[in-house]
Design a protein around this ligand. Structure first.
Ligand SMILES: Nc1ncnc2c1ncn2[C@@H]1O[C@H](COP(=O)(O)OP(=O)(O)OP(=O)(O)O)[C@@H](O)[C@H]1O
Ligand SMILES: [Mg+2]
Length: 282
């Protein structure tokens, strides 16, 4: 699939009304379509703020000082109507409690579609398909308070995916999932990106989990972008470790082995890479 520039930040800065200084400072960033982009960085560095600026919650829901521009799929976020943004971008919050609020899982998935004014027949079809894709069909009539955290996260995601967005924004989507479910979730994201061409931007601390799928890794520190590269370039042993960022376990081993002059064909950023590289050697 051809890749194009789907999100662009031009000299963008933002300060919440109640904060003393800019939370995001002079961001210049270009994100490509049909890729999985991982956004990482220390707590409080501005990751969620950056995502809010993509989905239009900033400036629509959060007051503050806004300068520069954010362009998403050709539209200027500052001047766009929420409905125009919602057609293009799906957003799953850091905490799904804030996102599911209807009487049942089925009603919840329908909510966004009804707001877009989609026909009832199509809504029914999409709900059915999404519940199957996310393995939650058996939960259709359950109320949000009857769901586990992982089931809530899946329901929130089903509601967003049913709207068929071109761009999917996920703020720590696996934080409430067990390791196996989290890894299944990432497999699903990878499938959506590679087969349906959805562009995915994901904030995640668990790099061990996501780097296997990431095309790009952006690191934010104190409101500024300090690195924007392919994960294997960020973790290449020839480069210093970025102190703001945890190092994946497999990368630690790869870097230790490099000290002992054990060279691999490429830098290792996840367990699968490590297994492949070791197999090549044995
Ligand atoms: N609504 C708000 N009003 C004022 N300040 C805010 C608001 N939301 C966030 N902030 C501040 O902006 C900074 C960045 O917050 P943000 O939530 O973007 O960080 P984050 O990188 O997502 O952190 P975490 O990894 O903990 O989720 C923090 O200092 C935070 O206190
Ligand atoms: Mg956050």
């Amino acid at each position: 699939m051809a890749k194009e520039e789907i999100i662009k930040f031009n000299d963008f800065s933002f300060k919440y009304s109640s904060s003393d200084a800019n939370i995001l400072e002079n961001i210049n960033l270009s994100i490509k379509s049909n890729e999985i982009t991982v956004l990482a960085g220390p707590t409080g560095c501005g990751k969620s703020t950056l995502l809010r600026s993509i989905v239009g919650l900033i400036p629509n829901m959060y007051d503050g000082e806004y300068s520069g521009e954010v362009i998403v799929d050709g539209i200027k976020i500052k001047d766009a109507e929420i409905k125009e943004i919602a057609k293009r971008v799906g957003f799953v919050f850091q905490n799904p409690e804030n996102q599911i609020f209807m009487f049942s899982v089925e009603r919840d998935i329908a909510f966004g579609l009804e707001n877009l004014g989609i026909e009832q027949e199509i809504i029914k079809e999409r709900i059915k398909k999404m519940m199957e894709t996310l393995s939650i069909t058996h939960l259709a009539e359950k109320a949000p308070h009857e769901l586990s955290d992982g089931q809530k996260q899946r329901t929130a995601l089903a509601g967003v995916l049913a709207m068929e967005p071109k761009i999917l924004i996920l703020d720590e989507p696996t934080s409430l999932l067990d390791p196996k479910t989290a890894s299944e979730f990432m497999e699903l994201m990878n499938k959506l990106c590679k087969e349906k061409g959805i562009s995915i931007i994901i904030v995640e601390h668990r790099l061990d989990l996501v780097l296997k799928y990431a095309d790009r890794l952006i690191i934010l520190s104190n409101g500024k972008i300090i690195s924007n590269d392919k994960p294997e370039n960020v973790f290449n042993y020839k480069k210093p470790i970025i102190p703001e960022l945890g190092v994946p376990f497999s990368t630690k081993i790869y870097r230790e082995l490099a000290k002992a002059h054990v060279e691999f064909s490429k830098p290792v950023t996840c367990a699968d890479d490590m297994i492949n590289e070791v197999r090549k050697k044995s």
